[in-house]
Structures are given as structure tokens and as C-alpha cells.
Design a protein around this ligand. Structure first.
Ligand SMILES: Cc1ncc(COP(=O)(O)O)c(C=O)c1O
Length: 423
């Protein structure tokens, strides 16, 4: 069944505008057109995909029957429950298949934050780790949890040395782990603010050679990069559906086969008794559909997004003399979805995010989790980019981003910097 043309209405208020998503009649592919005429600006452009991505049509289509028809509690033994239980297990199998792991290693959670929390708690509380080592550039879901656990008796918390490019210093990690203290190392795959890609294979090998457990937050890379968890030296991996066009409030923790972890949430036998509570059925169904689609078109999407990022880099270099990119964000070794831009000193810098938003361009000054906060980004500070915190903007892209979006953002940046925008 084809939904009505204006399936999602734009929600408009003085401050927030969301994209109007309509069907493309010719291709019947669900597209988000960030181009409706609203207010004083020409078009809306969403360049904050590291914060979240819009759900796509195949995801919505997969979820609708489970909103409307299949409502049974997956724990019920009657046909209604069996129907939804089967759907969850099929979703788990499909996701596990994309990662080359056994379905029992996938524990569905409410998202990346919960999965990160779960890995660190399990390491300390159930697997005997007496130390957590992580990086100052990690997401706060890891940093805050590690800090919290580090306050317990017998558990220490340390930050790993990073080299000049923000990558984990492997010789230093080797030296640190040589003391033999049972350790959980947590290093994210792709950094959500500046895009640094860590060599999780090399880090995992060092960890395993020294008997340490290795957790990696793959929230920004799963569904965007091929990840063979069956072959990688990884014990835990966190993933979140809404970063790959799936629904919000759904994710999973990969727990390597053979690692026995008990209840993280008690009171139910769901998720092999690791996480009690009735499953987020609709979310899990949408997550699997999003994962399937991402993996089926991985190369095409990556090529499309890489092209847009290059267009943005080129356009910024042409429009803004002296522009720089934080932590090699414009390079090949950075997430292709993220571009962290450092603008040269300008009277409008302090207002940049606001002025971009006013002209319909949605992006971020740091991680979404800290937006609204005036604290400088902990990631830029950790990389020694203290001043840059005030003058940096993160643009992040998805497969729904178009060249038209990039051109509008570039035009807006040029307008702001030429002081044509008066506030
Ligand atoms: C790297 C990283 N880890 C964890 C999270 C948290 O994921 P969720 O929003 O699913 O809790 C995010 C979200 O911004 C992220 O970018």
C-alpha cells in the first residue's frame, strides 16, 4: 500500500524545522527532500546525521505490520506471542549474519548508551576486570561509566595515550597492559565528533595478547563499514539503530561467544536473561530492516557520501580562506560521514550554529548529546584543540544528503562570513 503523498508533515515552530518527507512517485523510493519553502530561508538542509538519521521507507514498511497487526508479547506461548518471538529471532539472525557471528551473541538494548554501559559493567562486575582503560575522546556513555566504575574498590580507571593523529598509541598500550592487571579496554571505532577511525583490529590483538578484554563502540560505523566481528579480536561491540536510518531507542551489545554475563537488568528472562523486560519489538524489526538495507547498498552509499564530503571540503576551501579540518577530518582515514571544520577567526563565529540554523542548515557544534551546553567539546580539548572548540562546526552526511544540500550549506557559510546576514 502506498502511503499518502505528504506522509510526514513538517513540524514548524519558531526554532525547529524538520524535513518534509514525501514519496518520489517515479521511483517509489522514500526520500527526504530537505527543500520545502519555509520561513525566511530557501530550503532546509539536514547535515547532522552523526546525531541521528531519518528512518527510510523500507524501515517504516517493515515496522507497520508490527504496530498494527502483530502485537503479541514475544514471551507468550500462544500463536500471537510465537509470531512476534519468531520475528525478533529472525531479526537477530539477519543482523548476526551481517556481522558473521552467531545470533546468540546479539543482545538487543535500548541503544548505544545502554550497550556501552552494559559492556563496562559486565567487565567489572562479572568478568573480573580490575581496571578500565579508555580514551579521553570516547563518547560520554563510555567515559562516564568508566569514571563511575573506577570509583569502586579495587577498580581503577585510566586514559590511554593518543598519538598526534588522535589514534591509540599501540606501543604505549602494550607497555601499560604488560603489568598483567585484569583489564577491560574500551576504544570506539569511529569518533562521532571529529571522525577519527581507530585500528580496532590492532588494538584488539594487543589486548588479547595481554589477556585483556576489548570493547568497541561501533555506533558510528556499523552499517557504514563492513565489520566481521567473527574474525575481529573484539569481545564486546555497541551499536545503535538510529545512526543507520533505523528507529531511535534500539540497539544491541555484541557479546563474544563464550563470555558468560549475567543479568544486567533483572526481572525477566528476555535476551538470554542478560536484559530482562519485554523487547522493543517494533524497534528491533525496524533495526533489522535498516541493517539489511545498509549492508545491501554499503558500497553505493559510501561512494555517494564520500563524494558529498569531498564536495563540502572543496567548497569550504574555496569559500573560506584559512579553513582547517580538525584531527584530519578531511582525510581518507576519517569517517566518511563526518566533517569537523575549524573556521578562522571571524566576528560571527560565536553565532555560526545559530545563523546556519536560521538559514535552514542543521548541523552541530559538538556531539548532539552536549548540544545546548556551552562547555567546549571534550573531544577537541582531549586532542589539544582548545581554542578550536569555539570555532568548530560538525557537518555529517547520510545517503539521503544531496549535492543540493551541500551547495546550500556552502552558500549559507559564505553569506554568514561575508556579513550579509545581520542579526
Ligand atoms: C559514538 C557514540 N556512542 C554512543 C552513542 C549513544 O547512542 P544512543 O543514542 O543509541 O544511546 C552515540 C550517539 O550519539 C555515539 O555517537
Amino acid at each position: 500500500m502506498k502511503p499518502p503523498k505528504h506522509w510526514w508533515r513538517p513540524i514548524e515552530s519558531a526554532c525547529f524545522l524538520v524535513p518534509e518527507c514525501v514519496y518520489d512517485d517515479t521511483s517509489l523510493v522514500f526520500k527526504a527532500y530537505f527543500s520545502h519553502q519555509t520561513g525566511p530561508h530557501e530550503m532546509n538542509v539536514y547535515l547532522d546525521n552523526a546525531a541521528t538519521t531519518p528512518m527510510t521507507q523500507e524501515v517504516v514498511d517493515a515496522m507497520i505490520p508490527f504496530m498494527r497487526d502483530h502485537f503479541g508479547n514475544p514471551s507468550s506461548t500462544h500463536q500471537f506471542g510465537r509470531r512476534t518471538k519468531t520475528a525478533i529471532e529472525q531479526a537477530r539472525r539477519r543482523i548476526a549474519g551481517h556481522l558473521n557471528v552467531h545470533p546468540r551473541t546479539i543482545c538487543f538494548t535500548s541503544g548505544g548508551t545502554e550497550a556501552d554501559n552494559m559492556a563496562l559493567h559486565a567487565g567489572v562486575e562479572q568478568l573480573g576486570c580490575q581496571r578500565i582503560l579508555t580514551c579521553a575522546t570516547e563518547h560520554s556513555a563510555v567515559l562516564k561509566t568508566a569514571e563511575h566504575l573506577g570509583k569502586r574498590d579495587g577498580v581503577s580507571f585510566g586514559l590511554l595515550a593518543l598519538d598526534a593523529t588522535g589514534k591509540v598509541d599501540l606501543p604505549e598500550l602494550t607497555r601499560t597492559l604488560s603489568d598483567g592487571i585484569p583489564t577491560l579496554v574500551s576504544v570506539m571505532h569511529g569518533n562521532n565528533e571529529v571522525g577519527i577511525l581507530q585500528d580496532i583490529e590492532a588494538i584488539g590483538h594487543v589486548c588479547h595478547e595481554h589477556g585483556a578484554l576489548f570493547h568497541t563502540d561501533t555506533v558510528q560505523t556499523m552499517g557504514h563499514y563492513p565489520l566481521d566481528l567473527g574474525a575481529l579480536p573484539v569481545d564486546f561491540a555497541a551499536c545503535s539503530a538510529h545512526k543507520l536510518h533505523g528507529p531511535k531507542g534500539t540497539g544491541f551489545l555484541y557479546v563474544k561467544d563464550g563470555l558468560k554475563i549475567g543479568a544486567q537488568i533483572m526481572g525477566g528472562s528476555q535476551e538470554r536473561a542478560m536484559r530482562g523486560g519485554t523487547e522493543n519489538l517494533i524497534g528491533i524489526i525496524g533495526f533489522a530492516a535498516a541493517f539489511d538495507h545498509s549492508m545491501a547498498h554499503l558500497d553505493d552509499h559510501a561512494a555517494h557520501i564520500r563524494g558529498l564530503k569531498a564536495e563540502m571540503v572543496e567548497g569550504l576551501r574555496a569559500a573560506v580562506p584559512g579553513v582547517r579540518f580538525n584531527a584530519g577530518s578531511d582525510g581518507e582515514e576519517s569517517l566518511y560521514t563526518v566533517l569537523s571544520v575549524n573556521f578562522p577567526e571571524h566576528e560571527k563565529n560565536g553565532m555560526m550554529l545559530f545563523l546556519l540554523d536560521l538559514d535552514g542548515v542543521a548541523c552541530s557544534g559538538g556531539s548532539a548529546c552536549s548540544s545546548g551546553s556551552t562547555q567546549p567539546s571534550h573531544v577537541l580539548s582531549a586532542l589539544g584543540l582548545h581554542e578550536e572548540g569555539r570555532t568548530s562546526i560538525r557537518f555529517s552526511f547520510s545517503r539521503l544528503t544531496t549535492s543540493k544540500c551541500i551547495q546550500h550549506a556552502l552558500k549559507t557559510v559564505a553569506k554568514i562570513r561575508s556579513a550579509a546576514v545581520l542579526v
